[in-house]
Design a protein around this ligand. Structure first.
Ligand SMILES: [Zn+2]
Ligand SMILES: [Zn+2]
Length: 273
């Protein structure tokens, strides 16, 4: 809407809103993904404590729901922290606000996301861009694939996590906004597993170390269960104790590709905003 509306329509839409709501929505349009601390600080500057964020957010959502937009909170699997996101519920085809992905590029993106899920959320950039791994209808030029990746980074759908040393490779990971925007793709993927505690999809998390169990657990669910200092055990019928140190190493091995030497832990993701 914001990009297809005439200037007059946009002017009327914003004029009808209260100043604090309008400024908050404009904030989210400029920054569609913020850590909850940043969102709180920015909102405090706008509202000066006159109204609550919850009420303002609800009032904005009331107005933008018809455009299939919504301000939502999400917990990022990768670091267990919460973010506020201006999310669309129109599928990946319509994430392209302001840019147009053609059908081949959309197919490329869907296949790349499937590859990321298959790799437990960590795919190296060279693997993400290796066209020979993609079906014919999803192959695009190397220049186009790099543009699409940059665009998805800009939209905070995906992040590129830079390599730590010369031996390792840059990784493509699903960002907090991506978790919401591509939920349908993740949901429909046969390789996507659910967290046994909260039943939500677990792109990033721990895997039970009991061979043959394979249950997955979010970092934030692990932290919540372990808060009292008790052991965190797997579900009924397994009861294996989740031991974070080992499991982090296991996670690192899963992000590994082609024998490269990576030391990746879910907690140390850089939070670029
Ligand atoms: Zn969970
Ligand atoms: Zn288990």
């Amino acid at each position: 809407f914001f990009f297809s509306a005439t200037p007059r329509e946009a002017f009327c839409f914003f004029r009808e809103m209260e100043a604090i709501q309008r400024q908050t929505l404009q904030l989210f349009m400029a920054k569609p993904c913020m850590s909850s601390e940043e969102a709180k600080a920015q909102f405090q500057t706008i509202s000066r404590g006159r109204v609550s964020f919850e009420n303002t957010k609800d009032a904005i959502n009331e107005r933008i729901r018809g455009m299939k937009l919504e301000i939502r909170r999400t917990t990022w699997d990768l670091n267990g922290e919460t973010y506020w996101v201006l999310a669309t519920s129109r599928g990946i085809e319509n994430v392209d606000i302001g840019t147009t992905l053609d059908p081949k590029e959309i197919s490329f993106v869907k296949h790349m996301i499937q590859k990321i899920i298959k790799k437990n959320g960590k795919l190296t950039v060279p693997a993400a861009l290796a066209m020979s791994d993609y079906p014919k209808d999803a192959r695009i030029s190397s220049q186009a694939s790099q543009q699409v990746l940059r665009y998805l980074q800009h939209e905070k759908i995906l992040y590129v996590k830079e390599k730590k040393n010369k031996k390792s490779k840059d990784l493509v990971v699903i960002g907090p906004r991506g978790q919401l925007e591509i939920f349908d793709i993740i949901n429909g993927d046969e390789n996507a597993t659910k967290c046994f505690v909260c039943s939500h999809h677990c792109v990033y998390g721990y895997t039970c170390s009991n061979a043959g169990c394979g249950k997955r657990l979010h970092l934030h669910c692990f932290q919540r269960l372990g808060r009292s200092g008790r052991d965190v055990k797997c579900s009924q019928g397994c009861r294996e104790v989740f031991a974070p140190k080992e499991l982090q190493n296991e996670n690192a091995a899963e992000g590994d590709e082609g024998g490269s030497d990576e030391e990746e832990e879910p907690e140390d993701m850089d939070e670029e905003q």
